[in-house]
Design a protein around this ligand. Sequence first.
Ligand SMILES: [Zn+2]
Ligand SMILES: [Zn+2]
Length: 264
Amino acid sequence: MSIQNIIDTFIEIITLDLIRYIWGTLSISFLLILLSKQLIKRKIQKNYPTKHQRKFEILHSFNSTIVFSVLGTAFIFVYGTPASVIASEQSISVYAFILQVIALAITHDTYFYWTHRAIHHKKIYKYTHTVHHKSRTPTPFTSYSFSLPEAFIQALFFTIALQFVPMHVEALIVYLNILMVRNAVGHSGFELYPNWWLNSPLKFITPVTHHDIHHDRFKYNFGLHFNWWDKICKTEAPYYEARFYEATNQYTIQTAASNITSKL
Ligand SMILES: [Zn+2]
Ligand SMILES: [Zn+2]
């Protein structure tokens, strides 16, 4: 790989990362502004983020894209394009395509949960995860707001996983975009999922309230897409469902009781 190839690869990766971040965060922010009147009752926390916070998040998100791109370029330089990334010219059935996206989401969720638990350890928290938690009331721009070490940990998942999870390159692109939208929605601060979500078979996919509680209270809800690991490891906030019902204006006596418990 020549120097020119390395530069080209870096520019290609960082351009895609930046485009994804910009369109993901701006489209969700635009949606929040557009629906602000309807969404006012769906605000999860009482506080609002400041302008200074948004600037901080955007700055750190740009730094994160540099780390993602440096790591991606270095990986391709050392190992070449991962063997498991199947070239887009090869045809793939719709079922196989969907299966690949789901397999990557499950693998990523597991990696995220355990690395997230690790960076909350008091000995490494201040070196890795404080930047992300500066945003106690998150915004879509919080999505990539990481310290450099945390950005490295986040990007490392893809360099490892793509060695083992067979992935059509277009399935990878679809997953990365789903991830971006879920991140921007998950940090929006408003419960955008429908009222019936937690009473449906889809309840294992976490709505906005799940990660919002993590930003608010730090010690609960470490999962990314799903709540399986939080349930297994008993790290799900006991008042999570009550907070969801409150944010979706389905407040009940049970919700009130759970909220009192959450404040103890
Ligand atoms: Zn977050
Ligand atoms: Zn955290």
